[in-house]
Write a new protein. Sequence first.
Length: 92
Amino acid sequence: MIDMTTTRILVAPMHPPTTSMAMLCGLALASALMAGHGMTDGTARSWLHIVSFTAIIAAVVYVILNLEFPRLGLLQIAAFDQALMDLLQSLK
């Protein structure tokens, strides 16, 4: 258990490089560019497709960032934190 605690402490401040986050944003922009280019044929636009594409890209980016920083967003890991607090109390 001590080794796992040390591993957790050492890994907690590590985050993926900023380049990967920039590439994620670039991928979202490139996807939006290709989707917009595909809709330029002059016919009526499907607002359902536009809104759903935008919502899906935003949700994917949000979930990825939320998994990277789990204590800042809506998806939190409170049960894991509580288990660690219980372990700390049992060690005292």
